[in-house]
Design a protein around this ligand. Structure first.
Ligand SMILES: [Zn+2]
Ligand SMILES: [Zn+2]
Length: 417
């Protein structure tokens, strides 16, 4: 145990071994799929000005009020460790004049995010996400394609997911709906939980996704926003759903899905695998670029929690261990060692990872190492073989050996694994 003083901070983790393989797999697959859907990778700083999130995420949200890591620099700037990925990308879109490029501009990102939350299973203060953002064009086709890109990512990871979708309307229909919602909630205001009583004035939509049972009972029969969309919002939402049907993406309508953040308009969605918590979600945010000082720019995007995806993959028994048989390269004597270095490179160039222990000299200790690694084949290059230009392939389980010409061994092994 490390000295208490130097242990990692609460809510953080060292990611290695099996967990690292899951992380790698998720990053690899999400990056590949993003690439296939023409998203370009972007990296933004891990810290941003505090004001960016105050404005975008909203002053009244838990994220800004309770969960953000904020600090003052020596120069007096107030910075925050990024609690989410969309605002930094919108900031970057504005700051780098991305509106001058052909629209839409599509971004992929992945990496760590930070929220000071009560630590619990599967929830970290430094957590990881990958996300997709599409800026500069408004079309139901883009909403659907975004959902599809997430769907394909999970399919490639071996996870069966379903989507919950809803529409939150826009400036021309949402304010009316908010009033109707408040009217309908007013008689029960006293019975709502404390949080919801606060939400009633500044963010009544959020009452709809309160996890409190009493609140849920009260909201059961309130008017639903999908019934109060204006003509254009209704039309957009219908197109999104039709396209999802067309693409055979499993989804259900969820009138209580409002997402936590104020800036969403029209389509919102969340992603689920089985009974677990949402793996991710997103939606359209047509007002955000303007809110952050840019010109009017429609946009949509979403993000997925890597830790939650790992949990879901484990739950579904999805194995990410290397299936390929292991090969170990053993050498004996100086000239053999030199040859072994060359041979190692030959394998590497063919994309075949070979284990070795060049630091060891005795054959016995190298064989023990091969055993311990669980190698299926060990290649033995001794003095005799070196002179004859040959090498021994030993099948570890049976102990069967064959001697083959050195220049044929890569090909031979390639066939065996
Ligand atoms: Zn509540
Ligand atoms: Zn509308």
């Amino acid at each position: 145990m490390a000295d208490q003083e130097f242990q990692k901070p609460t809510g953080t983790q060292d990611i290695f071994d099996k967990k690292q393989r899951y992380f790698n797999k998720i990053y690899e697959v999400s990056r590949d799929i993003a690439y296939q859907y023409n998203f370009e990778t972007i990296e933004t700083p891990i810290m941003e000005k505090e004001a960016l999130f105050k404005r975008s995420v909203g002053e009244s949200t838990d994220i800004v009020q309770k969960e953000m890591y904020v600090f003052e620099t020596k120069g007096g700037d107030r910075l925050a460790l990024r609690p989410e990925g969309t605002a930094p990308i919108v900031r970057s879109y504005i700051e780098n004049d991305f509106y001058k490029k052909p629209q839409p501009v599509k971004f992929y990102y992945c990496g760590p995010f930070f929220r000071y939350e009560r630590p619990q299973k599967g929830r970290y203060r430094q957590f990881h996400q990958f996300g997709l953002e599409v800026l500069g064009k408004d079309s139901p086709a883009l909403d659907s394609q975004l959902i599809r890109a997430f769907y394909q990512t999970f399919e490639e990871l071996g996870l069966e997911v379903t989507f919950k979708v809803n529409s939150l309307g826009d400036d021309s229909c949402r304010p009316d709906y908010k009033e109707q919602l408040k009217e309908s909630l007013e008689p029960d205001l006293e019975d709502l939980c404390k949080n919801c009583q606060e939400r009633f004035e500044n963010n009544p939509l959020r009452i709809l996704d309160c996890k409190n049972e009493e609140c849920q009972e009260i909201t059961e029969n309130v008017p639903q926003i999908v019934d109060h969309l204006c003509k254009s919002c209704k039309k957009k939402f219908k197109s999104v759903l039709e396209l999802l049907d067309e693409m055979e993406i499993p989804y259900e309508l969820d009138p209580f899905l409002v997402r936590g953040l104020d800036y969403y308009t029209n389509t919102v969605f969340e992603i689920f695998a089985g009974k677990g918590p949402a793996l991710g979600g997103g939606g359209r945010y047509d007002k955000l670029v303007e809110l952050l000082g840019g010109r009017e720019t429609p946009a949509c995007g979403g993000a997925v929690g890597v830790e939650r995806t790992v949990d879901a993959m484990r739950e579904a028994d999805i194995d990410v261990t290397e299936k390929r048989k292991k090969v170990f390269l053993a050498q004996l004597g100086n000239s053999a060692k030199k040859k072994a270095f060359e041979l190692f490179e030959d394998f590497r160039k063919e994309g075949i990872p070979v284990y070795e222990s060049m630091g060891r000299d005795s054959l016995k200790s190298q064989m023990a190492r091969a055993d311990k690694l669980g190698a299926e084949y060990t290649l033995i290059l001794g003095r005799q073989e070196c002179i004859k230009g040959q090498i021994i392939i030993r099948e570890m389980k049976s102990g069967k050996q064959e001697t083959v010409p050195l220049d044929k061994v890569v090909k031979k092994i390639k066939k065996k694994i």
